[in-house]
Design a protein around this ligand. Structure first.
Ligand SMILES: [Zn+2]
Length: 121
């Protein structure tokens, strides 16, 4: 996926979220967004640097987003091995247990692309 599309999706999500917040509580300060924090899984195929570069472009057309800064938290991949339980995966070895090399059937995290926090002023 192109990072500009993802950046636009994040901006849309922010605007939606702020809209909902403003409806729930009219006193929520939602005039200008300062920081947008997202969580990006290491398996999500998003390139954080490219996303950071694309973000201002996606924000440009929305006044309340124009000064927003994107903070990306990278989430490592964790999976469930039937034998060894929950483990952090070594992606150099692929999606398999780093201990016994069996394929991981159940990923716990690593694929997410989530909005974590929006800071407004
Ligand atoms: Zn194992």
């Amino acid at each position: 996926m192109h990072e500009i599309d993802i950046a636009q999706r994040i901006v849309d999500l922010c605007l939606d979220t702020l809209d909902t917040l403003a409806q729930e509580d009219p006193h929520t300060p939602t005039s200008r967004v300062k920081t947008v924090k997202i969580r990006v899984g290491i398996l999500s195929s998003v390139v954080p640097q490219a996303l950071e570069n694309a973000f201002p472009q996606a924000c440009a057309e929305f006044e309340m987003m124009q000064d927003a800064r994107l903070e990306i938290e990278t989430v490592s991949a964790r999976g469930q091995c039937p034998q060894h339980g929950e483990l952090e995966l070594d992606l150099n070895k692929g999606i398999c247990c780093p201990v016994c090399n069996k394929p991981i059937l159940e990923l716990i995290c690593g694929e997410e692309l989530e909005l974590d926090e929006i800071e407004c002023e």
